[in-house]
Design a binder for this molecule. Structure first.
Ligand code: HEC
Ligand code: HEC
Ligand code: HEC
Length: 171
């Protein structure tokens, strides 16, 4: 009955409620880890965990860095004259193995022009160009999050590739 009501609401309200439905189907990796602690630990040190890092107004720590374990993230890039601040950044994609790119509040990866260095290269510990002048990059979430819902806006249940991305929701 309750489910029916929810579904009905979903039709009435449209895509807006998808996020609620989607996330409620997923327990989240931490919940799986209550009974699978060793799995949680090894997963937390994998790139799956780091594939999307939430930024909340200040410098985050990378969940894990394959090479050094160094959790520090360099400050966001400079594009032309614009010095991005942490408050301009929604997410970092990557940061585990080879590189990290920065996503703004519009969901766009900061890529800049020919002369801009916008991707942090972990191996060389330096900034590199990333798809200069190419902003058609909104498909990244398909593989970098868990429980994605495609609607007018994209939403998902968990940042990064959680347990349920592979094992299915609440499995
Ligand atoms: C309340 C404890 C508990 C929670 C929470 C839990 N599991 Fe399990 N899980 C178990 C137990 C116990 C087994 C072993 C059961 C068996 O082999 O029949 C198991 C088995 C598994 C297996 C192996 C199944 C197989 O067929 O061999 C997978 C995969 C798994 N769990 C994934 C998950 C995922 C993903 C989550 C989070 C959505 C999760 N578990 C949450 C207790 C739990
Ligand atoms: C089809 C699935 C898929 C899509 C779509 C995808 N990625 Fe990935 N991405 C991966 C996989 C798998 C890896 C890990 C393997 C690797 O590093 O090549 C990865 C790794 C990365 C890394 C390096 C992570 C690290 O810690 O070093 C970055 C950065 C990245 N992707 C950015 C993006 C961006 C930006 C987009 C959208 C333009 C995107 N990805 C779209 C699957 C995908
Ligand atoms: C990238 C995909 C992926 C992710 C992410 C992932 N798993 Fe798995 N998991 C697998 C695969 C593949 C197997 C192998 C099945 C086998 O060996 O038969 C497996 C096996 C398991 C098993 C049973 C076999 C064993 O090795 O004990 C459990 C339990 C399990 N995973 C739990 C988890 C939990 C909990 C998480 C999150 C903390 C997680 N997995 C994240 C893909 C994944």
């Amino acid at each position: 009955m309750q489910l029916r009501l929810l579904l009905l609401l979903a039709f009435m309200v449209g895509f807006g409620i998808n996020a609620v439905l989607a996330s409620s189907d997923y327990a989240g990796s931490e919940a799986c880890g209550n009974c699978h602690p060793a799995k949680l630990e090894s997963w937390a040190e994998s790139g799956h965990h780091s594939s999307l890092v939430d930024v909340d107004g200040e410098a985050p720590l990378y969940p894990y860095n394959y090479h050094s374990g160094d959790p520090n993230v360099p400050n966001p890039p400079i594009v032309g004259d614009v010095l991005y601040a942490w408050s301009d950044i929604d997410y970092i994609i990557g940061g585990y193995y080879r590189s990290a790119v920065f996503v703004d509040h519009e969901g766009q990866i900061i890529s800049g022009g020919e002369d801009d260095l916008t991707a942090w290269n972990i191996w060389d510990a330096e900034w590199k160009p990333y798809h200069a002048n190419d902003y058609a990059q909104d498909d990244c979430y398909q593989c970098h999050v868990t429980g994605i819902e495609d609607g007018e806006t994209v939403s998902w249940a968990e940042d990064g590739v959680g347990c349920e991305a592979c094992h299915g929701p609440d499995s």
